[in-house]
Design a protein around this ligand. Structure first.
Ligand code: SAM
Length: 454
């Protein structure tokens, strides 16, 4: 298998792989980098990312360390083809703006105006599940990072775990879970490695996701199956998946739960009439299995919980993640000026702050003069009137504080503000455990390992 940009990104960007472009703090764009020729005759040729922050030929984004800041090109970004077209038709026809290029860029970038902004810049970031979640093409509602990080923790997803997931939807959870279970490169063909078994019954979503998984170099770690799991369960090729973790993001999870049992049963836990002994459980027979179902309504939760209990799942509980972002910043309304007692961050007004800063600067000057004299020692009255200056006790601190004032990131009052409201409700998370079956053989094996029980 070829390296995945999500799992084995290397140090630098390369042609044919995915990068996430950061246009601004909350604006990310997935972009597959292409070989491009750069500027020819003053025009950009080949793949170019056009954004309202300027134009970026892919050649400037290739072979740079992940995380690089790239400045906008200052070469004319009108295409030569368009220029010729204009020459050939009507001189008065305006040159097509970059809006027209929107769909011709690899990333279909949002271009608002025909501007070349040489001062603009972007960052080229290595793909992570978190960045993919914020920038992926939405085909459905998706599971977001605050939910999936908690879910993966609760269902014990770790390197080597084999996870069942349905439905795949837009693949947000899939990308997060494959990273959680990934256990190293080169990936061996051994079937004990971590894997995600993902199911989707919508044909077009299934097709798109299959392409995406291949493009992201994840196809040997994610097995995607086009299936209605309510009817047909989770087995793939009649072999056990040996799964120990399950995540169901389906409208009716209770319709699928009976397929996640240790032996063939019907919905509601009734024995199956057509059990000829050929049925294989998708679950690991030797380990407990952890499940999470994800449902927006409490009625769905209640039906799921009933079915879970009926089918022998234990430790059933429900959680709602109420994620709140806390923004921390410096506020420059007042000036954060140093005083004898440290920083005073709340001057009455700017004028007061400026006055105090001036007086402090004067004092520092005086302190330095005194220190210089003291260094020269002779004839200097050590009781000079410097007691009230901050430098008397700790001159270094005072000078340091003054220096700090020049650092832009030290200016202003440090404030933290939670988002005014909690993010709207996403879903209820129901968790449960299906214990592994315990028989005489298992008991004997356990006792052999732990003989003090005998
Ligand atoms: N968890 C996904 C993500 O993070 O991108 C989003 C899942 S989306 C909300 C639910 C998906 O389940 C839809 O794509 C839908 O087609 C699929 N689905 C619904 N019923 C299904 C079934 N019976 N079998 C398989 N997939 C199903």
């Amino acid at each position: 298998p070829r390296p995945s940009p999500f799992l084995e990104p290397g140090d630098k960007t390369s042609a044919g792989t995915l990068a996430i472009i950061s246009l601004s703090r909350d604006n990310f764009l997935p972009l597959t980098l292409e070989k491009s020729t750069g500027a020819v005759d003053g025009y950009l040729e080949g793949a170019t990312l056009n954004t309202r922050f300027g134009s970026y030929p892919h050649s400037t984004l290739l072979d740079v360390p992940w995380g690089s800041q790239v400045r906008a090109s200052n070469v004319d970004t009108g295409s030569r083809g368009k220029k010729r077209r204009r020459d050939a038709t009507d001189e008065d026809t305006p040159i097509p703006s970059q809006d027209d290029d929107e769909d011709s860029t690899a990333a279909n970038a949002p271009v608002k105006k025909a501007v070349t902004a040489p001062s603009g810049f972007i960052y080229v970031l290595r793909p992570t599940p978190e960045l993919w979640t914020t920038s992926l093409p939405h085909r459905t509602q998706v599971v977001y990072t605050p939910d999936y990080s908690y879910i993966l923790h609760r269902i014990r997803a770790r390197p080597g775990t084999r996870i069942i997931e349905a439905g795949a939807g837009s693949g947000s959870f899939t990308h997060a879970s494959v990273r959680a279970v990934y256990n190293g490169y080169p990936r061996d063909a051994d079937d004990t490695r971590g894997k995600v078994f993902s199911f989707e019954f919508n044909e077009s979503r299934y097709q798109k996701m299959q392409v995406e998984i291949g493009h992201h170099g994840l196809d040997d770690l994610v097995t995607l199956t086009h299936r209605n799991v309510y009817n047909d369960g989770f087995n793939v090729n009649g072999e056990t998946l040996n799964a120990t973790a399950v995540f169901l993001d389906l409208p009716a999870p209770w319709e699928a739960l009976h397929h996640l049992s240790r032996r063939k049963i019907q919905k509601g836990g009734k024995a199956s009439d057509d059990d000829d002994g050929s049925w294989v459980s998708p679950l690991d027979p030797k380990q407990s299995v952890y499940i999470c179902t994800f449902s927006p309504c409490i009625e769905q939760v209640m039906r799921t919980v009933t079915e879970l209990r009926t089918l022998g799942w234990v430790d059933v509980d429900m959680v709602e993640i109420a994620n709140q972002k806390i923004n921390i910043s410096r506020e420059r309304v007042g000036v954060n000026y140093p005083t004898e007692k440290g920083y005073n961050s709340s001057p009455a007004d700017v004028a007061e702050a400026v006055t105090k800063l001036r007086s402090l600067a004067e004092r520092n000057k005086e302190t330095q003069r005194v220190q210089a004299l003291q260094a020269g020692a002779d004839g200097v009255d050590s009781e000079m009137d410097v007691d009230s200056t901050p430098s008397r006790e700790n001159p270094a601190k005072a000078n340091g504080a003054a220096e700090d004032m020049e650092k832009p990131w030290m200016q202003g009052r440090l404030v933290h503000r939670p988002e005014s409201e909690l993010k709207t409700h996403t879903s209820y998370l129901v968790f449960a455990i299906l214990p592994c079956e315990w028989d005489e053989e298992a008991e004997a094996a356990a006792m052999a390992k732990w003989p003090c029980g005998n």
